[in-house]
Design a protein around this ligand. Structure first.
Ligand SMILES: Nc1ccn([C@@H]2O[C@H](COP(=O)(O)OP(=O)(O)OP(=O)(O)O)[C@@H](O)[C@H]2O)c(=O)n1
Length: 364
């Protein structure tokens, strides 16, 4: 059997050079056929591409490949993965020079596109004009900008021009909701999610990818959004606060964001939208029950953390509201003879009375 070569590539090499912990190892194999890998126990996982799982460490091993775009969208590629494809050819089809560095088993770097220099120069730069063949790369570059913002990375102007070219081509519309959501979620996991949106805006991609979203780039936005205490779902809620309830609903439906993100964002926006309505004890009771404050204490805490921040009020006051209604207990009312819908009514009235008496400054 001809001997094949294995190289570590992509994010693992990049992050190792940046001294960032590496959690995912991707490998490229040159000089092998799918049959040879299968004989060694590797299992093919990629339908589209010849990607295999190593039977021992379960890491991804991809045959070196060249891709050529034919037709529209993600599926419009012809893929050549014959054993004579070189490592350099495989690196050339990648998005950014910092993601196109390989490392052989002795630790030697193979870096034909000066990715190491770009890492040192803090530059996000495309490898070749093949960059435009995958519209997802607009989102990827925005995401890497957010992720590495604290390290002072910049986008090369010629790369930004290609991102704008992709936006103008209409190809962003071919991206699936799932691929868009994955990139967005990763961006919300960084402490500079605002940069992700700023970059998309500069690339003229924001209104194509998220047309419903009202994005306001400001120091206030940055200060609120980039607090490290937020979970990704809380960041999404903070970000969505300027977008009207109906548009937010449409956006969630289109990008199919998980419920955890959708619910908190819509609850925050709905609260802010109704803020002009005077909040009587009855209104507070309705609101607390509508956001499931008693039954879902954990999501409620995430919600009130956002609301107390956005309305400059004390988190303790919001907690008091929940504690006040959670303390009402049905058994005392049942002993008084209440049952069925009458019990429901009596419970509601007791919660309202308790909120009315509550010392919480939120209840007026
Ligand atoms: N649209 C894409 C997706 C991936 N890649 C290449 O495939 C590698 C692995 O991709 P992926 O695992 O998605 O990302 P990472 O760069 O490893 O980044 P992360 O740390 O976010 O996983 C990238 O480094 C890049 O070389 C690419 O060129 N174009």
């Amino acid at each position: 059997m001809t001997s094949y070569q294995v190289y570590l590539v992509g994010g693992a090499v990049r992050d190792q050079l940046l001294n960032i912990p590496v959690d995912d190892h991707d490998w490229v194999v040159t000089g092998a056929t799918p049959e040879q890998l299968e004989q060694q126990g590797y299992q093919q996982v990629g339908k589209q591409f010849p990607v295999f799982l190593n039977p021992i460490n379960k890491e991804e091993y991809a045959l070196a490949r060249k891709e050529k775009k034919q037709g529209e969208g993600y599926t419009g590629f012809i893929c050549d993965f014959s054993p004579d494809i070189s490592l350099e050819e495989d690196l050339e089809r990648r998005d950014l020079t910092i993601n196109a560095i390989a490392q052989d088993k002795d630790g030697t770097l193979i870096d034909p596109f000066s990715g190491k220099q770009d890492l040192e120069d803090r530059l996000l730069r495309h490898v070749s004009n093949a960059f435009v063949e995958d519209p997802l790369r607009v989102l990827r570059v925005a995401r890497f900008s957010a992720r590495f913002h604290h390290l002072d990375f910049k986008i090369a102007p010629e790369t930004m021009t290609l991102m704008q070219t992709i936006s103008a081509s209409g190809e962003l519309a071919t991206l699936s909701a799932e691929r868009i959501w994955k990139e967005l979620e990763k961006a919300l996991n960084t402490q500079h999610a605002d940069i992700f949106f700023d970059v998309l805006e500069e690339a003229n991609a924001l209104n194509k990818l998220f047309p419903e979203l009202i994005w306001i780039s400001s120091t206030e936005q940055t200060n609120i959004l980039n607090q490290n205490k937020w979970t990704p779902a809380q960041r999404w809620a903070v970000l969505g606060r300027h977008t009207q309830q109906e548009a937010l609903g449409q956006l969630h439906q289109r990008i199919r964001s998980p419920n955890q993100f959708k619910i908190i964002a819509e609850q925050v926006r709905s609260f802010l939208e109704n803020q002009h309505i005077p909040m009587s004890a009855e209104n507070w009771e309705n609101w607390l029950m509508s956001v499931n404050a008693i039954k879902k204490p954990q999501p409620f805490v995430l919600l009130i953390e956002v609301l107390s921040n956005l309305t400059n009020s004390k988190i303790e006051d919001w907690q008091t509201l929940r504690e006040t209604i959670a303390a009402i207990n049905a058994s005392a009312l049942m002993k008084q003879g209440y049952s069925g819908s009458e019990l429901g009514q009596a419970l509601k009235q007791s919660r309202i009375d308790a909120l009315d008496k509550s010392l919480s400054p939120l209840v007026n």
